[in-house]
Every structure is written in structure tokens, then in C-alpha cells.
Design a protein around this ligand. Structure first.
Ligand code: RIB
Ligand code: CA
Length: 341
């Protein structure tokens, strides 16, 4: 099956990192570029973590482009209390051996789909600052992508960063509002925290399974999530830590994993009291739907993809561009060498 040509926008915390492993080494994705944005951690750290994660996945050749360093209208409120100071569980990861690109993330989000109209899938795992900035320069941006999947919001209106808001939308609600106003449900799908909380929780036995698999990617995925595991135990009350970005990535890679979805009209509150709250209008008199909201995912199928991916001792080579008929980028011989975790 041909691999899905991807651009991934990320604020590389520990769950983003696992999503990057799925896309880079799961055999289903062909990452053309990664763009980074401030969110979980400051921009420089998000960029560092993306470089590390791609190296662990055996794909150091994938270009990483730094983007916006703060939300559109507000100062940055990070989630380092959830993911750790470095966003990756503060386990002392080695610095990446690769460097980010010079060209800006927003330029990449604008130029790539113009070069490959209708072929690229954009997956966003972060506050929507980069995407909103691109939309202000090109209001037809979404029409140029094959599809746009966002880990964003909570369709059941139960939040994680506040009682009513999910972090990616809460961190930059003005950006999320720009995205919802430009979206159409045939082009834009949101996978919210409600899905992650129900169908992507890593229980104690799932966590043990990562340790038992014992490959570099499995060990990496387990160790970097130790801080979020503590946060889940002390704050969310879930039976483990959930993986919002990996389950959103899994839906993009294999839409057959979706077991329930709906189309609805979604607005975003930017008022301080209800910052980042999704307003989902399901009335008969509601405006036309603008977003497809995934509601439930096949948990067993998601976890099968996750465990199969991290169990591969030699990461699947992923060649940027090959899926579009471009010359494959040779997979560096030493890229498969394990990185001490
Ligand atoms: O609310 C979950 C989202 O916020 C995920 O993208 C996680 O990485 C954090 O950025
Ligand atoms: Ca994220």
C-alpha cells in the first residue's frame, strides 16, 4: 500500500514524540516535513525533541522547520508541568546529531501543498498558531491539502487543561478560531481529548508491554512518558496516561480505525472565563457543519499499530518525497544504529 505523504506540525512533548514514531517508522506514512511550534514546551525545545524523535525512529533525514515561538495574541503557557521541563520526561536524552532547517514552518505549510496540490495530508499535534498564520496568508490553504487532521478540542466539552478546554485549543484560542472559520468538514477532521481519554489510555499492562518489547523505540516511548504518567495519576484519574497525539496520528494513517464520527458546527471561545472552550452546535437550526469530529476509535487496532511500530528493531526506512515519485533520499546506513536511551 502506498505510504501517506505527510506534513506534521508539532509542539513535541512526550506524546507528540510517540506520534512521530508512528508516522516515521510504522510503514504507513511518508513524512515530507515536520514543522514545530511553541506549546507543550518553548519552540527551541519542541524543535530539539522533534529532531531526537526522528533520529530514534531511524529517519534523521526528515527536515524539521521551526515556526511560531508564541501564540498569536497571548503569551505562551506551556505544559511542562505535564510533560517535564524538557517535554520528554526529563530523562537526560542526548542532544540530536541533526540540525533544524532555516526556512520557516509557515513557509513550508504554504509552499509544499502548492508544489503537490491535493496530495499531502497535514497532521497537527499542537496549538494551531503556525496553521492560523498560514491561513491569514492563504485563506484557501485547506483546499490545497488532501486532508487536515488536528489533535484538538474535546467534542464532549470536557477539558484537560481546564474544566472545559483541551490544551491545544486553550493555548492559542485565537488560532483555533481562525482554523474553525476556514474549515470545511470534507477537509478538516478533529480528534479530541475525549477520544484519547476513552480509547488511547496506556494502562499499567500496556506500559509493561512497552518495557517487555525492549527495543530502542519501545524503551524511548516508555521512558519519555514517565512525567505524564505521574500527572495522569495525580490529575486526570485515568487508569494510566493517555496518548492524544498518537491516536490522532493513527486516525490519519488509518482512517478505518474510526468507529464513530459526526459533522458539526464548531466555534471557539476566546473569552477569558471560557478560554478555548469548543462550542458545538448540534441544533437542527445550527449553521452548516465546518468540522468532522471523531468520537470513538478502535482501541485494539490503535494499540496494535503502536506496539507493532515500536517493536520493529530496525525502523522502516522512510524516504521523504518517494511517495510522490521523487528520488528516494538514501537511508543513511548508520541511521538504524540504536541511540542510548
Ligand atoms: O491536550 C493534548 C494536547 O496537548 C497534545 O497535543 C499534547 O501534546 C499537548 O500538546
Ligand atoms: Ca502536542
Amino acid at each position: 500500500m502506498p505510504r501517506l505523504p505527510l506534513i506534521i506540525d508539532t509542539d513535541t512533548g512526550s506524546d507528540d514524540a510517540v506520534a512521530l514514531l508512528l508516522a516515521a517508522a510504522g510503514g504507513l506514512g511518508d513524512i515530507h516535513a515536520v514543522t514545530t511550534v511553541a506549546g507543550n514546551v518553548p519552540l527551541r525545545t519542541a524543535t530539539r525533541n522533534a529532531l531526537i524523535s526522528l533520529e530514534v525512529a531511524g529517519c534523521p533525514q526528515i527536515p524539521v522547520h521551526p515556526g511560531c515561538g508564541r501564540p498569536m495574541m497571548r503569551s505562551l503557557s506551556s505544559a511542562q508541568h505535564v510533560h517535564g521541563e524538557d517535554g520528554m520526561g526529563d530523562i537526560g536524552l542526548p542532544e540530536p546529531s541533526t540540525l533544524p532547517e532555516d526556512s520557516h514552518a509557515v513557509d513550508v505549510l504554504l509552499s509544499y501543498p502548492r508544489r503537490h496540490p491535493g496530495l499531502l495530508t497535514l497532521v497537527t499535534l499542537a496549538p494551531l498558531t503556525n496553521v492560523a498564520a498560514a491561513l491569514t496568508l492563504d485563506p484557501l490553504l485547506f483546499s490545497r491539502y488532501r486532508h487536515v487532521y488536528c489533535m484538538a478540542g474535546a467534542a464532549d466539552l470536557a477539558g484537560n487543561i481546564s474544566a472545559t478546554a483541551e490544551f491545544n485549543v486553550w493555548a492559542d484560542p485565537e488560532a483555533a478560531r481562525i482554523v474553525t472559520r476556514a474549515a470545511t468538514p470534507d477537509k478538516v477532521t478533529w480528534i479530541g481529548w475525549d477520544v484519547s481519554r476513552q480509547d488511547a489510555v496506556m494502562t499499567a499492562s500496556d506500559q509493561q508491554r512497552l518495557l517487555d518489547i525492549g527495543t530502542p523505540m519501545a524503551t524511548f516511548a516508555h521512558n519519555i512518558n514517565r512525567t505524564v504518567a505521574d500527572w495522569a495519576r495525580d490529575v486526570t484519574g485515568l487508569p494510566g496516561y493517555d496518548l492524544p497525539d498518537p491516536v490522532a496520528m493513527a486516525v490519519a494513517l488509518d482512517p478505518g480505525l474510526v468507529t464513530r464520527q459526526e459533522r458539526a458546527h464548531v466555534q471557539i471561545s476566546v473569552a477569558d472565563e471560557t478560554r478555548g472552550q469548543m462550542i458545538v452546535d448540534r441544533r437542527v437550526s445550527a449553521p452548516a457543519p465546518n468540522i468532522t469530529l471523531v468520537r470513538r476509535v478502535d482501541e485494539a487496532g490503535f494499540k496494535r499499530l503502536l506496539f507493532d511500530t515500536v517493536a520493529s528493531p530496525v525502523p522502516h526506512p522512510t524516504y521523504a518525497g518517494a511517495s510522490l515519485g521523487e528520488t528516494p533520499v538514501p537511508h543513511p546506513a548508520d541511521a538504524g544504529a540504536p541511540i542510548d536511551i
